[in-house]
Design a protein around this ligand. Sequence first.
Ligand code: FE2
Length: 286
Amino acid sequence: MKNIHNRKSWPSRSVFSGKDQTASPTEVSFVDTHVHTRFSDGGATIPQVEEVCRELEIGCLIVDHNEIRGSIKLLDRMKVQTMPSMEVGSREQIDLLMYFRSADEAEIFFRRHVEPYRMKRLYSFLPVSLDYLIEAAAEHEVLISMAHPFGPFWKNIEYGKKRRQVLLRILSQVDCIEVFNGAASMKANRKSQILCQSTGLIPLAGSDSHTVKGIGSVLVGFDQPATSANMYDLINNVKISGIYANGVKKHNFSNTIRIAIQHSKKIVTGKDHSTQAGREITLQRL
Ligand SMILES: [Fe+2]
């Protein structure tokens, strides 16, 4: 696996056909697989995500906490190469990144297994077990990635014996490991890479950006053109050429502040961007 590369060395590639802002994007080679928007605790709107992706010539997977609407909105607008995705948190406070083959699969899963359990004052976690979520996901075409396995505090696989046992057991039931997370330390990311190599799981990476500026600071490179139609298969068949990161550190402070403010607001008031943003789009696929 290649490691950290400077974005300046990335090949120049035209992502959009012509100057028409509404034109469907052509294929991309690089995708940020972990971005949060105002549909959960992030700061970016969907048009802002599109603008950044257009500028950087990348694809983007929106993984809002227990929320699929922003991701499907990005897919439906067809300006950025993407696929339906979500970050789902379990009762044990373990985050799983879920990448769905289709919007229909994503909506069915969301309606049955996520929406009924969402909590008014918490973004990240559902009061259901990790086993329940993994079993439910098995009924759908979904790639599951273990997010930031060595993240801070309770997000760390080494945070207590019980947690370690749960996570090690779950490793045999997931497809991918996030080997580079833009919000995690270099040490944590190195440990994730070693864990991934020892398990043979598929390596993924993403900025975990909660701000507009951080989008695209960590990317998965594909060894063939990626589109919304083939991205699921490219990951599933490990058509990955490398993991790329640039400018991560300078975004981390604003990222952390953003998360702290937004989660505090949610705990105190029960209100958030997603309450507002959710009114803009209704899931109507079923
Ligand atoms: Fe995240």
